[in-house]
Design a protein around this ligand. Structure first.
Ligand SMILES: O=C(O)C(=O)C[C@]1(C(=O)O)C=C[C@@H](O)C=C1
Length: 361
């Protein structure tokens, strides 16, 4: 055996020894999680605890593994431990291969059981009926803005927002026959948001193709996979393989940092994690200075606002509701005082929930 082969053998023995230790520790961890599970009632998932664990390990990490890998690995470890206690079930826009499914996996790990829904309209209903523990829904995209139908449903649902997910969105042009020239594609299918996010690329490369919006990107991939027409779908990587499609153009989104923010909804009220956000919907009178009065308490209490979005109220013509994200948990005194003041200056307030800020990877 030469010198290199000997060194390889020794290093692999070292790795085998480490793997044995990791395996034993993982099983000890799963057992501890199982014991915690016996002390709880109802849903076992605890978003604030998971966020604290990920923040702590990311900060404690001295490398050489990057922080993103540490977060990814421990997310999966917690996912497996939670599944050992009892698997969590999550509704998302489907079919298989959607960005919503990618958001579920990014937040809950691969052990989460996914329930694919045909339309955004079904998703809240499924969780409200206790058919799944949680729902993950898209609320805004960095290129296309708010997802209106979800904003409207957030006002009506009795569910609580208990988590957020930031997902980088990279679009691929998917076809059944990889030799099909782009100039022969007659129709391109995708969710309307995704068609909007690839608008310039489509103008430049597929000017002849009709753009057809469907309920989700993965539904577009499914349609194209089932047809022998010269059609294409715009969807993410996850949607290619299940429907026998090939990516003939990659990263076709107009903005390189295209990101979608999702919220997690469930019956659970997330406890403070130390780094939280609170989302609310507020209706104000249509009078001069109403918004100013609404926002003044934020400045006075030093509470930052990370989002302010207006949307027509469906009850009166030309009146608006505002979607506001505040930094902090509603149980913090200064946030509670701000909410009190906002209530005084508005027609109605609905606190959608407080939840840990997404742990970036
Ligand atoms: O600490 C708990 O409450 C646990 O159930 C353990 C654990 C973990 O694996 O660390 C598992 C699932 C929860 O979502 C949070 C944490």
């Amino acid at each position: 055996m030469d010198d290199t082969a000997q060194r390889l053998k020794t290093l692999r023995q070292t790795i085998d020894g480490i793997d044995d230790q990791i395996l034993s520790l993982l099983n000890q961890r799963a057992q501890a999680a199982g014991q915690i599970g016996h002390l709880k009632t109802g849903v076992l998932y605890r978003p604030e605890r998971e966020a604290q664990i990920l923040h702590r390990l990311k900060e404690a990490n001295s490398g050489p593994l990057p922080g993103a890998s540490v977060v990814f690995l421990f997310r999966e470890i917690m996912s497996a431990c939670l599944a050992y206690e009892r698997p969590v079930s999550v509704a998302c826009l489907g079919p298989q291969g959607s960005f919503s499914e990618a958001a579920v996996v990014r937040h809950f790990g691969h052990a989460a059981q996914r329930r694919h829904c045909d339309s955004l309209g079904d998703i809240f209903r499924i969780v409200e009926a206790n058919e799944t523990d949680f729902a993950v829904v898209p609320v805004e995209n960095s290129t296309e803005g708010a997802v209106g139908i979800i904003l409207d449903q957030m006002v009506d649902t009795p569910l609580q927002a208990c988590g957020e997910v930031m997902l980088p969105i990279h679009h691929q042009l998917l076809v059944r026959d990889a030799s099909l020239p782009l100039s022969e594609i007659t129709q391109v299918y995708s969710h309307s948001q995704s068609l909007g996010q690839c608008h310039h690329w489509l103008d430049a490369h597929l000017p002849q193709a009709r753009r057809i919006p469907v309920t989700s990107n993965s539904e577009a991939a499914r349609l194209v996979g089932n047809s022998s027409e010269a059609w294409a779908a715009i969807a993410g990587d996850l949607a290619a393989e299940p429907y026998g499609l090939y990516a003939v153009a990659r990263h076709i989104e107009d903005q390189v940092d295209n990101t979608t923010r999702f919220l997690v909804f469930g019956h659970l009220v997330a406890q403070p994690s130390g780094k939280d956000k609170t989302s609310l919907v507020v209706g104000v009178e249509n009078r001069p200075g109403a918004i100013h009065a609404l926002l003044t308490p934020l400045a006075e209490e030093g509470v930052s606002m990370s989002r302010l979005e207006s949307r027509p109220a469906r009850t009166h013509l030309w009146s608006y509701v505002f979607y506001i994200d505040l930094e902090g948990h509603q149980s913090e005194e200064r946030v509670a005082r701000v909410l009190q003041e906002i209530k005084k200056n508005s027609i109605f307030v609905k606190v959608l929930g407080s939840y840990p800020v997404t742990v970036s990877i």
